[in-house]
Write a protein that binds this ligand. Structure first.
Ligand code: AHR
Length: 496
């Protein structure tokens, strides 16, 4: 039996747990909005047409912020199409997803949904086909109290109080050639700086996010962040990171280690941002908004033909996650938490149906995918401070990342106790985890759950929605504290 150790010491504090780490993303893409959060004809729809079953699951998931309305979609979006009487809203071609957008849901509906879900909105402006003027118009519509054309229009549309949106993304993935209005780093940096500066004149207390790279493998990675931040350093608060992972060529070992890339991504962006800050002689610190992350079988999507006839809300990017996906996903969550000193916001992409923890049938059931569980557990139990745990672990060889530790872990500590989040990346063997907590004096394990299965490719479905879920871990010893982590498992261990 292989053994790994970790040490809990309140002195190893990284940062407070950032509630915004548990953000998600709702894009006008596929069935995320329509048949996802919104389906007026559904038996469980409320008066606004929102699905109550999805609202319940969103709350259970513990989502804190929701990014909207895209994604690639935002780079061709005209926000004013989605306000006012629904019968007068235009249908438009959405070039990003080759679909037809009906505009039945727009900013006012989204804000109503956010209030019902109890989440903070994070709004993106279109810097692909549009620019400063339209971003200012949207901001005025949303945040200005009243007494101007656009704020009074919001009031007339039923939203008396300003939406008061604090976090704003200046465009989306502008480094990607697939993006409508794709730009060079210098072109985008200047536009983002000019837009952000003007937006701050309208509303001083905004938190602004500049687009970073769409992945650490982008040819411009590193140089993109440096140039964009040279232009925007004094204007923005965050630079974004986006990353998606999938199991390739049956290489499960590498896949379970994909958080290695996320760690590298974060370290590189922090170094780049700090380097730009030093060159500009600035004392300001730029944080990371990891505002798209997930498991996504993108290669399958890329191999498929785009929809031919501009359908409304076609099923797109509907990945059905298995246990191994949930464990790799849990590893990514651990990495986000471990880096809470600089990753102070994040958005799981996305929330419903589209590479999502929640799935729905049109007119029918909603259920939790396997990835729902690590997210919900982390959001519920990560509290207080994030602690480094100094793991000592046996390692294994991966084709993609070289030698990687079998154990990936982090802990948080609050008045309620300590919670350890741990992944065993081994594809075939349990790992005995010993927990040293001398600094806590008399700490004991009060509960331990594990998410695992004999079949690493087992999934939840509408007919079998609880096939994969956290179960009590029976293999716990108290003195010394030891927990047996099954192969390919996500684990949550509570200490009092
Ligand atoms: O989340 C799906 C897509 O992935 C988003 O629209 C885009 O920003 C990214 O490429």
């Amino acid at each position: 039996m292989q053994t790994a150790h970790l040490t809990i010491d309140p002195a190893f504090r990284v940062a407070p747990v950032r509630r915004r780490t548990f953000g998600a993303f709702v894009e006008h893409l596929g069935r995320c909005v329509y048949e996802g959060i919104y389906e007026p004809g559904h038996p469980r729809a409320d008066d606004d047409g929102f699905r109550r079953d999805v609202l319940d699951l969103t709350r259970e998931l513990g989502v804190t912020t929701v990014r909207y309305p895209g994604g690639n979609f935002v780079s061709g979006y005209r926000w004013e199409d989605g306000i006012g009487p629904k019968s007068r809203r235009p249908r438009r071609l959405d070039l990003a997803w080759h679909s037809t957008e009906t505009n039945e849901v727009g900013v006012d509906e989204f804000m109503r949904w956010c209030r019902k879900a109890g989440v903070e909105p994070m709004m993106a402006v279109n810097l692909g086909t549009r620019g400063i003027a339209e971003a200012l118009d949207l901001l005025e519509y949303c945040n200005h109290p009243s007494g101007t054309a656009l704020s009074d229009l919001r009031v007339a549309n039923g939203a008396k109080e300003p939406h008061d949106i604090r976090m704003w993304c200046l465009g989306n993935e502008m480094d990607g050639p697939w993006q409508t209005g794709h730009k060079t780093a210098r072109e985008y940096g200047r536009l983002a700086a000019e837009t952000g500066r003007a937006m701050r004149v309208l509303d001083r207390d905004l938190e602004l996010v500049a687009c970073g790279s769409s992945g650490s493998g982008m040819p411009t990675f590193g140089a993109w962040e440096a140039t964009v931040l040279e232009e925007t350093y004094d204007v923005v608060d965050y630079v974004s990171c986006h990353a998606y992972y999938e199991e390739k060529n049956g290489d499960l070992g590498s896949f379970l280690a994909c958080s290695t890339d996320m760690e590298y991504f974060i370290r590189s962006v922090v170094a780049t941002a700090d380097h730009v800050g030093a060159r500009l002689k600035s004392r300001k610190r730029i944080d990371i908004s990891f505002d798209e992350w997930n498991i996504w079988y993108m290669s399958r999507f890329q191999a498929a033909e785009p929809p031919a006839d501009w359908p409304v809300a076609p099923p797109l990017l509907e990945d059905h996650y298995h246990l191994a996906d949930a464990v790799a996903f849990g590893g990514l969550l651990i990495t986000l938490l471990r880096n809470s000193d600089r990753v102070t916001a994040a958005s799981l992409a996305q929330l419903v149906n589209v590479i999502a923890p929640i799935m729905t049938e049109p007119g029918g059931r909603a259920w939790r995918q396997t990835t729902f569980h690590p997210f919900a557990q982390a959001s519920r139990h990560a509290a207080g401070d994030v602690l480094r745990v100094e793991p000592v672990s046996p390692s294994y060889e991966t084709a993609e990342y070289g030698e990687v530790p079998l154990l990936h872990a982090v802990a948080t500590r609050s008045d309620a106790g300590v919670t350890v989040f741990a992944v065993n990346r081994s594809t075939d063997a349990p790992l005995s985890l010993e927990i040293g907590a001398r600094a806590l004096g008399g700490a004991r394990i009060t509960a331990a759950t594990t998410l695992t299965d004999d079949d690493v490719y087992a999934r939840n479905t509408a007919d079998d929605p609880d096939r994969i879920g956290p179960r009590a871990n029976p293999d716990v010893e108290h003195d010394p504290m030891r927990v047996l982590l099954p192969p390919v498992s996500w684990n949550v261990i509570h200490l009092a």
